[in-house]
Design a protein around this ligand. Structure first.
Ligand code: GZL
Length: 346
């Protein structure tokens, strides 16, 4: 086993012990409707109005993006618009999401919104929701279950995001007349088995595989968090003396990676030692793009609440809905970012 792997295992053990302490204290609070659960198990709004009860199973609060996604859905499904929204924070555990969905089924909510942490493992609980006659709307990430088990999916095209990252690198190397030079790349991956990680990885690899001179030295799970991103990047820096490009599958990991790179006495971005390709395009990262410290940020738009509201309204009216709704996304570099920063909502 390589020295790098041994180091990684020891570090991972320490991270798991630390993570257990940190995540145990939890994140945002569940939002309980101002309603009671009646004897028949249904939740009724105190004013007994015809409110739409929505049970939302959110992955956690691992990133700025995730918090923006939660906020978007909570801003859209308000009581003023006729909703009671119950938000459950799964703290990165699929088992917690499955428990929440079963709780929503027993409470006989009107709709379930699920952001699935990984693609697999949902068939049984989605079948239970279908048997209970409760429509399931997937938000953000997708599942590998049969599409008859959910009503629709609102999210982003992670495969295209990965392709866009590789296309940018292709163009950037061409501009520098380095397209056919040896390029050493390390990748910080998001949650293994999530559609976000799978899509970004497949999209980037589909183009990178055409270049024998693009050497992907390593790809490890950075858990979509700053702490883990920093830890993995520090390992990369200790293992690989000549890294040219970091592909970091979300901005939170990028922030950690940049800390590790700075602590190693290296620089990032335009004219820097290491090129940074990031994903999400949260405001804090776009400021670093404007400063030239992140070379490119591939947007993944968390503003999905209004799409979900529109879908529920259509379903309430008995109107047909699409099987999938993709939200608009951009690619930000120092050439275009300034005009978008001021109006950024997340
Ligand atoms: C992407 C989303 C990812 C973001 C991360 O669709 O699932 O999860 O890229 C977030 O920031 O943690």
């Amino acid at each position: 086993m390589s020295w790098c792997k041994v180091r990684k295992m020891v570090a991972a053990l320490a991270a798991i012990m630390t993570a257990g302490l940190i995540w145990g204290c939890g994140a945002f609070q569940d939002i309980r409707p101002e309603a009671e659960e009646e004897a028949d198990g249904r939740i009724y709004a105190q004013d007994n109005g015809e409110l739409i009860i929505v049970g939302f199973s959110q992955i956690g609060s691992e990133s700025i993006w995730r918090t923006a996604n939660t906020n978007s859905i909570q801003r859209a499904l308000t009581k003023e618009r006729g909703y009671f929204l119950i938000t459950d924070n799964a703290r990165q555990k699929q088992e917690n999401q499955i428990k929440a969905i079963r709780r929503y089924i027993s409470q006989r909510v009107d709709y379930i919104v699920l952001s699935p942490i990984t693609e697999s493992g949902w068939d049984t609980v989605l079948e239970e929701a279908r048997e209970a006659g409760i429509p399931v709307i997937l938000a953000d990430r997708s599942v590998d279950s049969d599409e008859s088990l959910y009503t629709t999916w609102v999210g982003t095209n992670s495969l295209q995001e990965g392709e866009r990252a590789a296309r940018w690198l292709e163009g950037n190397l061409k501009e520098k007349n380095r397209l056919y030079e040896d390029i050493n790349i390390v990748i910080l991956q998001g949650t293994p088995g999530s559609s976000a990680e799978a899509g970004r990885t497949a999209g980037f690899d589909s183009i990178a595989s055409r270049y024998g001179n693009w050497h992907i030295l390593d790809r490890q799970n950075g858990e979509f968090t700053t702490a883990k991103g920093k830890e993995v990047m520090a390992q990369y820096l200790s293992c690989y003396p000549d890294i040219d490009v970091v592909v970091s599958q979300n901005d939170d990991m990028t922030f950690g990676a940049m800390e590790a790179i700075a602590e190693a006495g290296l620089t990032t971005g335009i004219g820097g030692d290491i090129t940074i390709i990031s994903f999400d395009a949260v405001k804090e990262a776009l400021e670093l793009v404007r400063q030239g410290k992140i070379n490119v940020d591939i947007e993944c738009n968390p503003e999905q609440g209004e799409y979900i509201h529109d879908v529920i309204q259509k379903l309430e009216q008995g109107s047909p809905v699409e099987k999938a709704y993709e939200v608009e996304e951009m690619v930000f570099t120092h050439r275009n970012v300034a005009q978008y920063l001021a109006g950024r909502t997340y």
